[in-house]
Design a binder for this molecule. Sequence first.
Ligand code: FES
Ligand SMILES: [Fe+2]
Length: 365
Amino acid sequence: MQPGYYFEDSVQQQERERIFARCWNFVGFAEQVAEHGQFLTVEIGGTSVVVQNFQGELRALHNVCTHRFAKIQEEKCGKRALTCPYHGWTYDKEGTPFIPGNAKYFQLDDAGRKARALRSFKLEQCGRFLFVRLAEEGPSLPQYLGPYADILLHLSEIFTDQVDDQRSLWQANWKLGVESVLEVYHVGLVHPESFKNYVQARWEIDVGEGFNNGVAYLSENSAKWWDGVRQRLKLHQSQRFPNYDHFFIFPNLAIGLSHGCLMSVQTYTPLTPQTNELHYRIFMAASDLEAGRQAAVRKAVVENVTTFNRVILGEDQHIMEQVQKGNAQMSMAPVHGSNEARIRKFHQHWHHWMSLASGENAKRD
Ligand code: FES
Ligand SMILES: [Fe+2]
């Protein structure tokens, strides 16, 4: 990947059309939109999308009113009818507007109102993970996720207790955000007091068919700490992922698991070519404790893991903002060692989608 790919407008425009419009994008969790009227909004490649619950049915629609183009839902999530805040056009699950004063001012018949319907997008879910695709044609979500479909189903069952939800604006291209989590080569220097003590300097990578995974082994102290937490809080630990297991699903979903007890879910959404928004959520495994029991222990654990995560992500943000500045001064391509093979795999995926002509979007490497 040439350095220019991290800051050029033309590259971002192509990414919007070739990657973000054609791939399945992770947008949120089913529990955020479980009830009628609940919604969440996301930006996908420059398109504002609302996922809204209509009497139990989820729909993904363009979040821009077709009257005079105000954004309809302004919040990241909430509970509210799909009503434009400007003049009150209200949309149904097909995206068709009910128009206040229609008979008097517009005289639109059914066909006329339908012609003003919001664009509708593909929405599928895997367990509690919701995905949206803007392009009409393309692989189904299970095809797209390949071996990750089964993993997301498993994680959906285990990690049901959300303990944090944060966003931060990075002065760095979204791809640098992604790259920050795909290797542990940087851990000793960038995270000397935090992540370095958390894991052993032992790391295995799987960039085989369909995968972009890494597993590190927790340090003895962290494993002990997590075992204590698991017992005190009676957590339903994932037996499948007992280490520090990390997954990346193209284009921008990263998932890290700690001792099968904690899951961190991160997305790096491109804003401008030189900025991205990190959105991360932390979940603990479900617990067998009755509500209210061990409240002080739980509070201390939540405080510990949320602070720890914030520190690490802040350290990553700092270094990647330096990398962004450095890229602008270079004309050669970066070089990746074998310990950075997950970044190479990410770049392969990126080139794959960028080089597909339109109409070829059903393919996947
Ligand atoms: S712009 Fe939405 S109702 Fe007028
Ligand atoms: Fe890091």
